[in-house]
Design a protein around this ligand. Structure first.
Ligand code: AGP
Length: 609
């Protein structure tokens, strides 16, 4: 999705903006641009394409001696990716960059056209720029003009603003779209994402709705947008190091993050396991609160939702607490029937996913307890949920989520075991035994990573495949969904995930000798049933990759290739099985020459509905 950076200081603003925009590339974008003050004149350079394309534009039309500016990566919503639709938008008097969507932009645009303005882009953002220009002319004072604009806007926005009359000042506002103010030494910054700032500072303020930031090289003032009274802000510190935003020798962030999973797993679970018991006290979540939950609505999108599906199986099996897993974009319009003891559990890596955030707000409005599993500290979901369990494995940069999924699963295991213990469904000894095996998964995950050669080989066999089915039962079905999503989002191969037993109710008609089926059979309890289903597709001449635990004998004519997994209790197999599936998707994408970390049309954090 779109990204914003801004700089005011004594150094070269263009250098900072280009470096910051490069750090935001991972979010997914299709055009890029910047505006700076050059000798008190606002100058803009923008283009469809990547940061490298902007560099070329800057080589042919250089900008010199700018120490204040704003930059933007755009992910098209209103209007195709093009030079004209790229941000910044404005004129000689104002320039803005915008993340979010203005819902009433048509009305504003019509009004501005009546006032004599003409438009050169199809974007909602240009209407904000024209509106700001209009109020600058009317009010002649930046704060009054910005305040008027805020009054007019409906929708979501984070805005970085330059105004000609104040060539030493950068302004920022936001509503429902993240924006941070980085605090430096004789220089200050804005960014939609801390990754852009880590190289320069770790100190930041979180800007809130209804506030205007007035930022110069030596000061950051935040005022209320109605009466311009000064607001005292709490200073935050980002404990992510810059290294986590670097590839560290790996060819792609995705591969690095897959390899970081064992560490991320350990870092996430260790502080919550105390002498063979589980505690969420560090998350301010006490036993009484947890024990009072009668039902979970697990609400999330994409990979986070898939983690939720595994979570549902674990929580229902161990704690016998009912769970519904609902896709956030559906939940928000479903008018759910809440009852006493319900808890809405939001799972989100970024903590900014618009649909998940809306679901959280809906639950809060209904007075239901909200709990969030989030990776990004200070994100909207982390700030607004009643309780937050933070995953602790560092930044995730690759669009295809791997490490975040692993950490989300880790928390869900702990939650399921904890609830079971609270409801006396696990004895201390049973809990201790489970935790012993659970902690051992870190080593097993490392072993799985050491076998990546198998995945490279399989990827070389399958690189010509046009369509794939992932099938499995129980936990394997949850894994099939996630494995299929990984494969399709980066390899661009059409994939479907199906419960193995459901195929024969219709979809098996698609299975022919051209079909590729990845059959997941890690669960010992139901492996025979899954193998029967595998035989059904094999009998229809599909090519079958069987992913199976190594303590199960399977006749050789049931598959074409086999990938064996070390045998552990069924409950832990998702933590083992997901690794070769992530690696397979990764190597397929690499062999196909795709942009692994920034797959087409996708964005890291989906901040629009
Ligand atoms: C997964 O690879 C995707 N990037 C996507 O499905 C993602 O998990 C989803 O958009 C939810 O994001 P969140 O965890 O940041 O809320």
């Amino acid at each position: 999705m779109c990204g914003i950076v801004g700089y005011v200081g004594s150094n070269d603003a263009v250098d900072f903006l280009i470096a910051g925009l490069s750090k935001l590339e991972y979010r997914g974008y299709d055009s890029v641009g910047l505006s700076v003050f050059d000798h008190e004149t606002i100058l803009t350079r923008k283009t469809k394409g990547r940061v490298d394309d902007l560099r070329k534009v800057l080589t042919s039309r250089p900008l010199h001696s700018a120490t204040l500016g704003i930059g933007h990566t755009r992910w098209a919503t209103h209007g195709e990716p093009s030079d004209l639709n790229s941000h910044p938008h404005g004129n000689f008097r104002v320039s803005i960059v915008h993340n979010g969507i203005i819902e009433n932009y048509r009305q504003i645009k019509e009004r501005m056209i009546r006032k004599g303005y003409s438009f050169s882009s199809e974007t909602d953002t240009e209407t904000i720029a024209k509106c700001l220009d209009y109020y600058m002319v009317q009010k002649g004072e930046p704060l009054k003009a910005i305040s008027k604009v805020i009054e007019k806007l409906e929708g979501s926005y984070a805005l970085g603003i330059l105004i000609k009359d104040t060539p030493d000042t950068l302004y920022a506002i936001r509503k429902d779209s993240p924006l941070l103010i980085g605090l430096g030494d004789h220089e200050n910054y804005i960014a939609s994402d801390m990754t852009a700032l880590l190289k320069y500072t770790k100190r930041y303020y979180l800007l809130e709705e209804g506030e205007i930031a007035i930022i110069t090289k030596d000061s950051v003032r935040i005022v209320d947008c109605e009466d311009f009274l000064e607001i005292t802000k709490e200073e935050h510190y980002a404990d992510w190091d810059e290294e986590s935003a670097e590839k560290g020798g790996y060819p792609h962030f995705m591969l690095k993050e897959i390899h970081e999973q064992p560490d991320a797993f350990r870092r996430t679970i260790t502080p919550r396991i105390i002498r063979n018991t589980i505690s969420f006290e560090r998350d301010n979540l006490d036993d009484r609160t947890l024990a009072s939950i009668r039902k979970f609505y697990i609400v999330a999108c994409g990979t986070a939702m898939h983690a939720g599906m595994i979570g549902k199986s674990l929580i229902e099996r161990y704690a016998r607490t009912p769970c519904d897993v609902v896709i956030a974009s559906e939940f928000r319009y479903q008018d759910p029937i809440f009852q006493d003891g319900d808890c809405v559990l939001i799972i989100s890596q970024s903590g900014e996913t618009a649909d998940s955030l809306a679901a959280l707000r809906l639950a809060k409005q209904a007075g239901v307890m909200t709990l969030a599993i989030v990776n990004v500290v200070g994100s909207s979901i982390a700030r607004e949920a009643d309780f937050v369990i933070q995953t602790i494995g560092g930044l995730e940069i690759a669009v295809a989520s791997t490490k975040a999924y692993y950490m989300q699963l880790s928390i869900l295991y702990l939650l399921a075991f904890k609830l079971a213990a609270l409801h006396d469904l696990l004895s201390s000894q049973e809990l201790a035994d489970l935790l012993h095996d659970f902690q051992h998964m870190e080593d097993v995950a490392r072993d799985m990573l050491n076998q990546s050669g198998n995945d490279q080989y399989l990827a070389s066999l399958y690189q010509g495949v046009k369509s794939m089915f992932f099938i499995g039962r129980g936990l394997d079905y949850g894994l099939a969904l996630e494995s299929s999503l990984k494969m399709k989002e980066i390899s661009y191969i059409h994939c479907e995930a199906y419960p193995a037993g459901e195929l024969k109710h219709g979809t098996i008609s698609l299975i022919t000798e051209d079909s590729m089926v990845i059959a997941l059979a890690s669960s010992k309890a139901i492996v025979e049933k899954t193998i029967s289903n595998i035989k059904e597709v094999k009998a229809r001449k599909a090519t079958v990759l069987l992913v199976v635990r190594d303590d199960v004998e399977v006749a050789e004519d049931a598959y074409n290739q086999k990938l064996t997994l070390p045998s552990y209790p069924d409950v832990f197999m998702p933590l083992i099985e997901i690794i070769p599936m992530q690696l397979l998707a990764y190597y397929m994408a690499v062999l196909k020459g795709n942009d692994v970390d920034k797959p087409r049309n996708l964005a890291k954090s989906v901040t629009v509905e």
